[in-house]
Design a binder for this molecule. Structure first.
Ligand SMILES: [Fe+2]
Length: 256
């Protein structure tokens, strides 16, 4: 059954990668590209709520420990326990280095569609909780929505972002703190059930470790596939808002 799950997941990822907005990213003017990233920031701000929601809803302590660990990594501390900049602060700094102004970052309002996607994500977790099998549904949605697809989004962004940000080894331009880090640390990396501890696990893999053992029957598989569909559909909805509307001469970017 894991073969089926993995093949289905790969298929959803390929479809998502081919979203017209993500395909057009390499040729977007910088003003439009920044408008996407500024709107996308509202989903990044929501990720803490999504993680906290899942932590409360989970039954199994071992899974809760993994989810809690990932959430805590969003708030790094130094060796003496002093709080350092959070990952949302890293995002703010990356956006500044990409050319957004403080005013743009701080005053770009959440669009109605972004709000719908953000609220729809919590609603999907509520449905997952109600339908069960709860832990499998919650963790499958969380992993795909907050880790696997996030890394895919940032992979699609990176060829453009790297025009203004480095990944820290080539010495050109300011170093990306947020986008590059999450592109690497969140990514899928291996099929579910094939996680190798050697070399460390990405966030997708750390969550995947708990998924393999929970897909035991057809109804588990069906529930997990529904979570993949729901997460992919919410993400597509977010990017749809930047596409030219039928009959409109200009894209909605900048008016969101
Ligand atoms: Fe992550």
């Amino acid at each position: 059954m894991l073969l089926h799950f993995n093949a289905y997941e790969q298929q959803r990822i390929e479809e998502f990668r081919n979203h017209p907005l993500l395909l057009s990213f390499p040729s977007l003017p910088w003003a439009e590209l920044l408008a996407v990233l500024l709107q996308r920031r509202h989903l990044s701000l929501a990720i803490v709520n999504v993680y906290e929601w899942v932590i409360d809803a989970l039954d199994r302590e071992a899974i809760r420990a993994t989810v809690r660990q990932i959430l805590h990594e969003e708030f790094p501390r130094n060796t003496r326990g002093v709080p350092l900049a959070s990952h949302r602060e890293w995002l703010y700094r990356d956006l500044l280095h990409l050319g957004a102004s403080r005013e743009q970052i701080l005053t770009t309002a959440e669009s109605p569609i972004t709000r719908e996607v953000r609220e729809g994500s919590i609603q999907q977790l509520q449905r997952a909780f109600a339908e069960g099998p709860t832990d499998l549904a919650l963790i499958t949605f969380l992993r795909f929505w907050a880790e696997v697809l996030v890394a895919v989004e940032y992979e699609c962004f990176w060829p453009r972002l790297s025009e203004r940000l480095s990944h820290g080894t080539d010495g050109t331009g300011p170093k990306s703190e947020f986008f590059y880090y999450h592109m690497i640390h969140d990514r899928r990396q291996s099929d579910v059930g094939e996680e190798q501890l050697l070399g460390g696990l990405t966030h997708s893999q750390a969550l995947a470790q708990h998924i393999g053992g929970l897909i035991l029957e057809e109804q588990d598989l069906a529930s997990a596939l529904r979570q993949l569909d729901a997460a992919a559909s919410l993400k597509r909805r977010f990017y749809d808002q930047f596409l030219p509307q039928p009959g409109a001469a200009v894209s909605r970017i900048g008016r969101a």
